[in-house]
Ligand binder design. Structure first.
Ligand code: SAM
Length: 275
């Protein structure tokens, strides 16, 4: 669609360089421009504005997600000069700053998948909960009794508090600001490690929060040729820590690079073996 609209404005070679897809978060379109097209980003931005009436801001990615907070620098090239918006995912309303907080609309179906696995009354921990999307989607779409989200980025945490109110889930969801590995939080039936840059290697630091028989969902990266690698490592880690487990599955949740996958390793710790 975008390529069609740009025919006549860009050369055939330039059209070929253009990425096929881009994310829209709330009313902000976020797209990647290869170096060769930098001079055309305003033109591309204005074309997106003309094409999509729901888009009011067009921003261009300035490199990868970086640092502990996984933020990505953005440059507004067309439309209103702002990076704060309100996005809807699975009926949940999320206020956020797309530059100061991590959020990906591409993980929406993965969040619903985990929601569908929860059994009545569960207490769930989300490590790295960002603007609160995981906890709030779980509160709306699962039978969990309580969901605790921990987030280290103070800006994302502030939006999480706002989003809990916006979605009227304060009876079920608690947002805590801090380093999840350093806090005392009690025990949980299910733990989601939503920080793939940490991944399975950091599970030992979360096992103290896991009840006997708890479920873990650990996001990590894997090579396409060996997507089971994080699961094998996780099994070893759990055994070493005397919390043996069963691997329930390795689910592909995205393709962040060439032949590279983001996966979620689903695990059940063996029940009643160790106190
Ligand atoms: C990949 S993002 C996921 C955010 C959110 N769950 C989502 O899906 O949109 C990882 C998040 O973990 C947070 N984070 C990083 N280290 C952390 C830590 N030690 N304790 C708590 N949160 C952390 C980052 O600030 C970031 O918001």
């Amino acid at each position: 669609m975008l390529k069609d609209a740009l025919k006549g404005k860009l050369s055939a070679k330039e059209l070929n360089l253009l990425r096929r897809s881009f994310d829209v978060v709330g009313d902000i379109a976020i797209f990647e421009v290869p170096d060769e097209l930098k001079k055309k980003e305003k033109l591309i931005g204005n074309t997106i504005l003309e094409l999509l009436s729901n888009v009011k801001v067009v921003a261009v990615e300035q490199g990868e997600h970086k640092g502990a907070f996984r933020r990505q620098k953005l440059k507004v090239v067309a439309g209103e000069k702002r990076l704060v918006t309100t996005h809807k995912e699975s009926g949940v309303v999320l206020a956020l700053d797309v530059e100061k907080c991590y959020y990906s609309p591409r993980l929406g179906s993965e969040r619903l998948r985990v929601a569908s696995l929860i059994t009545p009354g569960e207490k769930v921990l989300v490590a790295g909960s960002g603007v609160g999307v995981y906890p709030i989607v779980l509160a709306k779409h699962s039978v969990a009794a309580k969901i605790v989200g921990v987030e280290i980025n103070p800006v994302a945490h502030k939006f999480a508090l706002q989003n809990i109110k916006l979605n009227k889930v304060s009876d079920k969801v608690q947002a805590i600001k801090g380093d999840v590995f350093k806090l005392k939080l009690g025990k949980f039936d299910r733990i989601i490690l939503a920080m793939p840059t940490f991944g399975v290697k950091f599970v030992p630091q979360l096992l103290k929060f896991a009840k006997n028989g708890a479920f873990l969902h650990v996001l990590d990266f894997a090579e396409e040729s060996d997507r089971e690698a994080p699961a094998r490592l996780l099994r070893e880690i759990c055994e070493k820590k005397k919390r043996p487990c069963t691997i329930l599955g390795v689910i592909k949740t995205g393709t962040p690079g060439v032949r590279r996958l983001r996966v979620c390793v689903d695990v059940k710790l063996y029940p009643n073996m160790f106190k």
